[in-house]
Design a protein around this ligand. Structure first.
Ligand SMILES: Cc1cc2nc3c(=O)[nH]c(=O)nc-3n(C[C@H](O)[C@H](O)[C@H](O)COP(=O)(O)O)c2cc1C
Length: 186
């Protein structure tokens, strides 16, 4: 059984939640940094062996409650397998590298066993595939890597994967983003 920790302020409406639902098994549980008590999350961390932190990139770093959680986490992560799923809005997954590296530093400091990451670029657009199946055509690499990542978590194996929306250049990406964002503002 695995513990997923959703670190998005959008809680259940987040892209992080969508990605988690695609990966998690029925008996896995999800805690929410923006909803659940920190003490409950800490207790669950002490129970579960595989822990997956799922967070978006905000202002090139972690959402503020995740920073607060990391600062207040006085326990150790000894014997824990820690995985990361990080997604950002920009097209390029390389935007996430600094945040992922910082998180790995924290895991190591807490004596946890860093097992790998799924690094998602263009997360906001990929999130739209939940409702818009046409966009899924551009996301075959994402869906393939989701399956691989799930397998590796369940087998407690190490893996680092990067993915983003394919066959889109930056110009087309901006056109699609503007279309959806304008719709949302309305
Ligand atoms: C306040 C704010 C700051 C953001 N900063 C960045 C950023 O620095 N780089 C980036 O690529 N995306 C940024 N984004 C986009 C989010 O990473 C993106 O929308 C992501 O899919 C949100 O995931 P979530 O739904 O799980 O919260 C930002 C979004 C918000 C609302």
């Amino acid at each position: 059984m695995n513990l997923y920790i959703n670190c998005s302020p959008k809680i259940k409406n987040s892209n992080s939640e969508y990605f988690t639902q695609l990966i998690k098994s029925d008996n896995d549980i999800i805690n929410y940094i923006y909803k659940d008590n920190f003490e409950l999350i800490k207790k669950n961390i002490s129970i579960y062996k595989n822990i997956i932190f799922v967070f978006p990139l905000y202002m090139d770093t972690f959402p503020s409650k995740l920073i607060e959680f990391m600062e207040n986490f006085n326990n150790k992560l000894i014997n824990k397998n820690i995985y990361i799923i990080c997604n950002c809005g920009f097209l390029e997954y390389r935007q996430n590298f600094l945040a992922i590296d910082t998180f790995i530093y924290w895991i190591n400091k807490k004596k946890g066993f860093f097992k790998g990451y799924l690094n998602i670029g263009s997360g906001e657009i990929i999130g739209i595939t939940k409702k818009n199946k046409f966009l899924s055509l551009f996301c075959h690499d994402f869906f393939k890597k989701i399956k691989i990542f799930k397998c590796y978590i369940n087998n407690e194996k190490s893996i680092n994967l990067n993915t983003n929306i394919k066959w889109l250049n930056k110009r087309l990406f901006c056109i699609i983003c503007n279309h959806f964002w304008k719709k949302r503002i309305k």
